[in-house]
Design a protein around this ligand. Structure first.
Ligand code: NAD
Length: 367
């Protein structure tokens, strides 16, 4: 019997419903081509849920996500909800989903489509295909923090006054599980993992480095490298094509994956995956937001959402061939010159398309 998957679908706000609608067309197509079937469960989260239920994420939505094989999400948020108290803003839905599903690994590819290299701020850039594996539920964003007053005097006579602190804290278990995800991902790629840390200063980074060396012994075919985060931020600009998988802590990954996303030049092309313990559903979403400025105009680029479907097929549903096919089809359509408004250049000979038209081209390429 063909595999049947239950997909929780959260369209969200702004362009979310438009891009997810296109992504579902592609999912439907590959399910027919690769012989599996799906049941989609449409759920609300973000601003739309605040309007309907008074909260960005209901217990029922979270339970339905837990009860699925994977979660596909568009984007949440928009000016309508900007004035709300931070505790019930749409973006809280993302944090609720991440913690509620135990998603500790964030995978963010930064892949340059060579035909879009002109959009990169780096000149003569090519062959960039990096996968960031960022720890998502530990480190300084979740460590002990607080504030207090101090009348201690510094050597130059300055009084400390009010003090605020955050703590970077990582356990062996937290580090080992994310390192394994990075090494496993490298097996299906160019066989290289770079650890980014600040081991010259931070005790937590020294633990990352020690465990990285241990895990690397289980993967003798994978090349390894360790870089300090300040050095890595420069190397990403000077030699981006030499990176394959980069594994790092929550905060370093947050910053560096945005830097790498910028290098590729196009927010509308970048997907992401957040994964937890094997057997629990992963969350797949484009890295961009709800783009309220273009919602409803047909200008949104659905490729990031479509490539998020490919990541879902690869990492949660065990359908790597269907994932490869989607990624190839998107690359083919870009190399054939199809461009949505975010990428189109007047007078370039490119084919200007709206979101449904580029999806149609992808569907045709799939066969
Ligand atoms: P944004 O990513 O929504 O938009 C930034 C710019 O990129 C805009 O000009 C937009 O038109 C353009 N853009 C984004 N996605 C595009 C696409 N697929 N095709 C074509 N152009 C695209 O970021 P923002 O404007 O800072 O945020 C808008 C809202 O989205 C805010 O409420 C923010 O909190 C929210 N947000 C949500 C997520 C998420 O759901 N994961 C992530 C980031 C921002």
């Amino acid at each position: 019997m063909a595999d049947k998957y239950k997909i929780a679908v959260i369209e969200g706000d702004g362009i979310g419903p438009e891009i997810i609608g296109e992504a579902l067309k592609v999912l439907d197509k590959v399910s027919g081509l690769y012989g599996f079937s799906m049941q989609t469960v449409m759920l609300d989260a973000g601003g739309v849920s605040i309007d309907k239920n008074g909260v960005p994420l209901t217990d029922e939505t979270l339970a339905a996500c837990r009860n699925s094989d994977a979660v596909l999400l568009g984007a949440v948020g928009g000016p309508k909800w900007d004035g709300l108290d931070p505790s019930i803003r749409p973006e809280k839905a993302l944090l609720g989903l991440r913690s509620g599903l135990g998603l500790y690994a964030n995978l963010r590819p930064a892949k340059l489509f060579d035909e879009l290299a002109h959009a990169s701020p780096i000149k003569d850039i090519k062959d960039v295909d990096i996968l960031f594996v960022r720890e998502l539920t530990g480190g300084i964003y979740f460590g002990d923090n607080g504030e207090y007053d101090s009348d201690e005097v510094l050597p130059d006579g300055t009084v400390k006054g009010h003090v605020a602190y955050d703590t970077e804290c990582y356990s062996e278990g937290e580090i080992l599980r994310i390192l394994k995800i990075a090494f496993e991902a490298a097996k299906g790629r160019r066989q290289k993992v770079t650890l980014v840390d600040k081991a010259n200063v931070l005790a937590s980074s020294r633990l990352w480095r020690k465990l990285f060396g241990q895990v690397a012994k289980d993967y003798p075919d994978i090349a390894t490298e360790c870089l300090y985060v300040d050095n890595c931020s420069m190397q990403l600009i000077s030699r981006p094509s030499e990176f394959d998988v980069i594994v790092t802590s929550n905060m370093f990954g947050d910053i560096l994956s945005d830097e790498a996303g910028m290098i590729t030049g196009s927010v509308g092309m970048l997907p992401s995956a957040s994964l937890g313990t094997p057997g629990t559903p992963g969350l797949f979403e484009p890295i961009h937001g709800s783009a309220p400025d273009i919602a409803g105009t047909g200008k949104a680029n659905p490729c990031a959402a479509i490539l998020s479907v490919a990541m879902m097929l690869r990492y949660s549903l065990g359908q790597p061939l269907a994932a490869d096919a989607i990624e190839r089809a998107v690359a083919d359509v870009i190399s054939s010159g199809f461009r949505t408004s975010d990428l189109y250049r007047e007078g370039s000979g490119e084919i200007f398309v709206n979101l449904s038209e580029i999806t149609l081209a992808i569907l045709k390429t799939l066969g």
